[in-house]
Write a protein that binds this ligand. Structure first.
Ligand SMILES: Cc1cc2nc3c(=O)[nH]c(=O)nc-3n(C[C@H](O)[C@H](O)[C@H](O)COP(=O)(O)O)c2cc1C
Length: 136
């Protein structure tokens, strides 16, 4: 799903795409981002622990006493895979998206089967993110 989202973003020229595992991502990645996409499996009706850890690590750096939330309005999309669904993980991401004040454009709840149709949806999501990130 992540590679399909990436293909979608690449249809718009001019972006440098950084693709990282959550445990390798840091505040430096987020603070310089024109747009962000976060993907995770649904683990126990929540995002994966490493993704939650990423958000935990970058939250305080994202808060400025002078400027408020430094991540406000960053265009963002979420995608989730799950054994039986993925809705709870999507909901957990949306809540965190509100805390960071991301501009959450759209999301995909992928379920458990990676089909050609799902990957096309992921590509479309990437295209949408790129279009929105151009305005930032
Ligand atoms: C520890 C663990 C907890 C999981 N909990 C859920 C869950 O609560 N709901 C769900 O739909 N799938 C759950 N799954 C299934 C994963 O979401 C599914 O395996 C994943 O989206 C597909 O990625 P994979 O191919 O890397 O396993 C769980 C999987 C693991 C390993």
């Amino acid at each position: 799903m992540a590679y399909a989202v990436k293909r979608g973003i690449e249809k718009t020229k001019g972006f440098q795409i950084e693709m990282k595992k959550a445990q390798d991502a840091s505040w430096d990645d987020l603070k310089n981002a024109a747009g962000i996409t976060i993907g995770t499996p649904d683990y126990f009706d929540y995002m994966a622990g490493t993704v939650k850890d990423f958000f935990d690590r970058v939250f305080y750096p994202s808060q400025s006493k002078v400027k408020g939330s430094l991540t406000a309005n960053i265009p963002c999309i979420f995608f989730v895979s799950g054994g039986t669904g993925g809705k709870p993980a999507i909901e957990s991401l949306q809540k965190i998206g509100q805390a960071f004040k991301f501009n959450v454009i759209d999301y995909i709840n992928g379920g458990s089967k990676i089909t050609a149709g799902l990957l096309t949806k992921c590509e479309n999501l990437g295209e949408k993110l790129a279009a929105e990130s151009l305005h930032r």
